[in-house]
Ligand binder design. Structure first.
Ligand code: CS2
Ligand code: MG
Length: 381
């Protein structure tokens, strides 16, 4: 199954996505997601100038060998740009392998261990009333895992008293049953993270998401020992092997890497297998800046993993109307009767891209918001 053509397509049906398209000599087409929010052009150049020339003529079945040669084999391993590019190639190779075999990707990964991937919904808002209303609307859609961030993410989001008191009030209003999640978005210092995690113990969170940034990896063990609040970590991780010691040491409870940033299905699966051995579960990143191809790849892996924990939900139609659906057909679908995501039992990832529609939604330069503290210094967004 020789790789003949490799292309990258930037499209913006609501937000920017980086789509990898690999075609074999037999005319099979595989799709991958290489979106890196705000750095799309850098990934496009990495693919066109550096990764694609190495793929020409390679055997598309050898996903692991391609992964190794684009990761270790280039000496300059890791980093968000190169790992996102590699992720897109890796997903497209799994898609091709499934299409060649006539099997869905989750079958290639060992087969289903579950019928659907339980999701968590974004219910954060400015006021407690609004959060409770959002959560009730989610419950009506069959979802019982909610992310309940309190406050404006650009403002008082990390006001320590606000976040703890607000979430405790949300718990009070929603009762003991729903599973609650709070995303710190890597904004806390180690001291703040300990305070938030301990302050939130009475709320019995499902997990506290990404309390610390990757430069504080060494602090996760201390945080874990300081609190009973479960810790999820990893959406910023772009070197899978840097995360491995945290999993092995039991310093985190959920691995939430992003399949479009950590090195695709191949990398996320390696980490999940390490995690299985010590009872750590997965909670893979599923934000709107992951394209439906990335979402489909993630759900295929969710369905196959014995240690799946929960899947972050993005509902593209709800957010962007019909536009995303005009470019991407198929992929993961949400089933309200179970509150979970599933993928069609079609060969490969089960998703298709309409290139004409993609071209009609032109890339628009944008980047993540920049945030400054009250004194004018740069703060983490
Ligand atoms: C967030 C993301 O979904 C999440 O958990 O942390 O929306 C994050 O802000 C974006 O992926 C950044 O590109
Ligand atoms: Mg997050």
């Amino acid at each position: 199954m020789e790789i003949r053509n490799a292309d990258v397509v930037l499209t913006n049906p609501g937000r920017n996505y980086v789509v990898v398209r690999l075609e074999t000599a037999d005319g099979l087409v595989g799709w991958g997601d290489a979106t890196l929010n705000g750095r799309e052009k850098a990934v496009e150049a990495a693919l066109e100038e550096h990764l694609f020339p190495e793929l020409e003529g390679r055997d598309a079945h050898r996903a692991e060998d391609v992964w190794q040669s684009l990761y270790r084999g280039t000496y300059w391993r890791g980093g968000p740009v190169l790992q996102s590019a590699l992720s897109g190639v890796d997903m497209a190779l799994w898609d091709l392998k499934g299409k060649a075999a006539g099997l869905p990707v989750h079958d290639l990964l060992g087969g289903r261990t579950r019928e659907y991937a339980t999701v968590y919904d974004h219910c954060g808002d400015d006021s407690i009333d609004a959060i409770v209303e959002n959560a009730e609307a989610s419950l009506d859609r069959g979802i019982d895992h909610f992310r309940v961030n309190v406050g404006d993410p650009m403002g008082d989001y990390l006001d320590l008293d606000g976040v703890v008191d607000g979430v405790l009030e949300v718990r009070d209003r929603l009762g003991p049953d729903p599973e609650l999640i709070v995303d710190v978005h890597s904004r806390a210092s180690p001291r703040e993270a300990r305070q938030i995690a301990r302050g939130l113990e009475p709320a019995e969170l499902f997990f506290l998401e990404d309390p610390l940034a990757p430069e504080h990896d060494a602090e996760y063990g201390a945080l874990r020992n300081a609190t009973t609040t479960p810790i999820a970590y990893g959406e910023l991780a772009t070197d899978p092997f840097a995360l491995q010691p945290l999993i092995e040491d039991g310093a985190i409870d959920f691995v939430r890497v992003d399949l479009a940033h950590v090195g695709g299905i191949t990398a996320a699966r390696k980490l999940a297998t390490v995690a299985e051995g010590n009872g750590t579960k997965t909670a893979f990143h599923g934000p709107p800046d992951l394209s439906p191809i990335g979402q489909a790849a993630t759900v295929h892996l969710d369905l196959a993993l014995p240690n799946f924990g929960v899947q972050e939900l993005t509902d593209y139609e709800e957010r962007y109307g019909d536009a995303v659906g005009e470019v991407f057909a198929g992929g993961a679908n949400f089933d309200p009767s179970v509150g979970g995501l599933d993928v069609p039992d079609e060969p490969g990832l089960g998703i298709d891209v309409d290139l004409d529609a993609a071209a009609s939604f032109e890339y628009e330069r944008s980047h993540l918001p920049k945030r400054r503290a009250e004194d004018g210094s740069v703060a983490d967004w």
